[in-house]
Design a protein around this ligand. Structure first.
Ligand SMILES: Cc1cc2nc3c(=O)[nH]c(=O)nc-3n(C[C@H](O)[C@H](O)[C@H](O)COP(=O)(O)OP(=O)(O)OC[C@H]3O[C@@H](n4cnc5c(N)ncnc54)[C@H](O)[C@@H]3O)c2cc1C
Length: 470
C-alpha cells in the first residue's frame, strides 16, 4: 500500500521535503497558506507594473551550493542561475569599494597585503566544497565524515567575526568580512559570528552568489514543477490551523517554526516537548524596502556595478556597532544595509532601461519602527542622488513580512537565532523529530538553519522515511 505524506508549507524546505518523499514513492500533498507557493522565495510586483521584486530572498550562494538542489534536474524546469561578475561589493566613504572577486585567485590578488591570508583561510573549504557542503548543511555531526576538514573549520568557526577580521591588516578587508559576518544577526564579537562570515565567503568562491533568471519565483517554480512531475500535489490558499484538518496521512512534515507548530499540532505533542518548544528563541527581524528605479544606482564607486549584492555599512566598527545595537533590542541610527540590484544582470526584472533594487536592515524582533529614511540615508551615503532615481518604493515592516509568510515571526528571516545553543539543539535535541512519531519539523528552525538550500527539508524527510521503514 502506498504511504501518504502531508507537507504543511511550500517554502524551499517544505518543497525539498515533499520532493524527497515523492522520490521515495509516497503519495504527497503539500498545503500552502498563501495563494502563491514559495514562502520567502517568491517574486511579485511590489511597486509598479512591470517591476518584479523578490518578496524575501534574492541571492543564493547556498541555493547554488546545496547538495540536494544540485541533485535535482531543476534546469529542465526553467531554473537558470545568473552570476554577476563579482559576488559582493562593499563601498567605503572614500569613494572606493572593496570587491569580493568570484575566483579565490583573483580575490587574493585584489586584497593586497591581506590576499595571502584570505586565500589561506578559505582555500581548503573552497577546494573541497563538495565534501564540505554536506557536512555544514546538516546537524552538527558527532563524527564528521571529513574530520580533518571539519576540525580545521571548527578552529575558526567558534571564533567571533572580530577575531577573524583582526587577523587581516587592512581596514578594507576587515570591513568586507564584517559585512559577510553580519548576515548572522549576531554581535560581531559573539562566538559563531565568524562562522557566518566564512559560510558567506566560501561559497562566493566555490559556487558564486547567483540570482535566478526571472527572480526568486523561478527557483520555487522549478521545485514545484519537478515535484508535480513526481506525481505530487500542491494545494495553495490552504492555511492549516490544526493537523486534525488533514487526517489520514502516515507522515506530517511541517515547514513551520516552533510557535506555529505548537498551535497546529497541539493535540499530537507531549507536554514535555511543548515546554521545550516554548523556550525556542527567535532572532531579530528585518525591515525591507523594494524600489522601482528610473536609472541604475549612481554609486560613487562605479565598481559597485559589478556585484549583484552590495553591503552598505562602512567600516568594521560601524557594522559591529549596528549589529550590537540590534542584538541589544535597539535600532541602529546607521544600520548595516544589505542591498541587491538584480536588474543590472537580469533585464527581465524591470521595463527596458529601468531597474529594481532590494534592501533590508536588521531591527529588533517585532519592531514597529519605520526604517526607510535610515536605509535610504545609508544608500545615499555611497550613492548620492539615489533618491532622485526612485520611481516608487514599497516598505515591508516586521508585521507586514509575517502577514505575507507566517514563518517570518516578528520579521525573523532565519527561523530562530543560530547561537551556540540553537545550533546544537534546533529546535530541540530531537532536531526534525517531535514527540509524535509521525510529525516532523522541516523548516529553517531545524539544522542547518536559515537560507535557501532546502537541506532542512531534505534531512527531515530522510528522518521521516527512516521511521516509516523502521
Ligand atoms: C526579506 C528576506 C530576505 C532574505 N534573503 C535571503 C537571501 O538573499 N538568500 C538566502 O539564502 N536566504 C534569504 N532569506 C532567508 C530564506 O528565504 C529563508 O531562510 C527560507 O525561505 C526558509 O525556508 P522555509 O521553507 O523554512 O520557510 P519559508 O520560506 O518561510 O516558507 C514557509 C511556508 O510555509 C507556509 N505556511 C506557514 N504556516 C502555514 C500553515 N499553517 N499552513 C499552510 N502553510 C503555512 C508559509 O506561507 C510559507 O509559504 C531571506 C528571507 C527574507 C524574508
Amino acid at each position: 500500500m502506498t504511504h501518504r505524506a502531508c507537507v504543511i508549507g511550500s517554502g524551499p524546505n517544505g518543497l525539498a521535503a515533499a520532493i524527497v518523499l515523492a522520490q521515495a514513492g509516497l503519495h504527497v500533498d503539500v498545503f500552502e497558506a498563501e495563494a502563491i507557493p514559495g514562502g520567502a522565495v517568491r517574486s511579485m510586483e511590489l511597486t509598479l507594473p512591470g517591476f518584479l521584486h523578490d518578496f524575501g530572498s534574492a541571492v543564493y550562494p547556498l541555493g547554488a551550493g546545496s547538495p540536494f538542489f544540485a541533485s535535482l534536474p531543476l534546469h529542465k524546469f526553467g531554473l537558470e542561475w545568473i552570476h554577476s561578475p563579482a559576488p559582493v561589493a562593499h563601498p567605503l566613504d572614500n569613494g572606493t569599494a572593496v570587491i569580493l572577486e568570484r575566483s579565490l585567485k583573483d580575490a587574493k590578488n585584489s586584497l593586497g597585503d591581506d590576499g595571502p591570508s584570505w586565500e589561506k583561510l578559505l582555500h581548503p573549504f573552497v577546494e573541497h566544497w563538495k565534501e564540505f557542503a554536506p557536512e555544514v548543511l546538516a546537524p552538527v555531526p558527532a563524527i564528521p565524515r571529513h574530520p580533518l576538514l571539519m576540525a580545521r573549520f571548527a578552529t575558526n568557526a567558534f571564533s567571533s567575526a572580530k577575531t577573524i577580521a583582526y587577523r587581516f591588516r587592512n581596514d578594507r578587508t576587515r570591513a568586507l568580512f564584517a559585512g559577510l559576518a553580519a548576515h548572522s544577526f549576531l554581535k560581531l564579537t559573539e562566538p559563531l559570528s565568524g562562522a557566518f562570515g566564512l559560510l558567506m565567503a566560501i561559497p562566493a568562491h566555490a559556487v558564486g552568489w547567483p540570482i535566478p533568471l526571472g527572480g526568486a519565483q523561478s527557483l520555487t517554480n522549478a521545485l514545484c514543477q519537478y515535484f508535480a512531475s513526481l506525481g505530487g500535489l500542491l494545494h495553495t490558499s490552504r492555511r492549516i490551523a490544526s493537523l486534525s484538518e488533514v487526517p489520514d496521512y502516515d507522515l506530517y512534515l511541517c515547514d513551520v517554526t516552533p510557535r506555529q507548530l505548537l498551535k497546529i499540532a497541539a493535540n499530537q505533542l507531549s507536554e514535555a516537548y511543548k515546554r521545550k518548544m516554548q523556550t525556542f528563541r527567535y532572532g531579530p527581524g528585518v525591515f525591507k524596502m523594494d524600489y522601482a528605479l528610473r536609472d541604475p544606482v549612481p554609486w560613487k564607486a562605479p565598481e559597485c556595478r559589478r556585484a549583484a549584492t552590495v553591503h552598505l555599512g562602512g567600516s568594521f566598527d560601524e557594522i559591529a556597532a549596528s549589529e550590537a545595537a540590534v542584538r541589544a533590542g535597539q535600532h541602529a541610527d546607521q544600520p548595516f544595509v544589505l542591498f541587491v540590484q538584480p536588474s543590472l544582470f537580469d533585464p527581465s526584472r524591470a521595463p527596458a532601461d529601468q531597474h529594481t533594487a532590494w534592501a533590508y536592515c536588521h531591527v529588533p524582533n517585532g519592531s514597529k519602527e519605520d526604517m526607510r529614511t535610515r536605509i535610504e540615508n545609508q544608500i545615499e551615503r555611497f550613492a548620492p542622488g539615489f533618491r532622485d532615481c526612485v520611481l516608487a518604493r514599497n516598505a515591508l515592516s516586521t508585521n507586514a513580512l509575517e502577514a505575507m509568510d507566517a514563518n517570518l515571526v516578528g520579521g525573523d528571516i532565519g527561523g530562530g537565532i543560530v547561537d551556540i545553543r540553537q545550533l546544537a539543539f534546533r529546535p530541540t535535541w530531537r532536531h526534525y523529530a517531535t514527540s509524535a512519531k509521525n510529525v516532523f519539523v522541516c523548516s529553517s528552525s531545524t539544522p542547518p538553519g536559515g537560507g535557501v538550500h532546502g537541506m532542512c527539508g531534505y534531512h527531515a524527510a530522510k528522518k521521516a522515511l527512516s521511521t516509516l521503514a523502521g
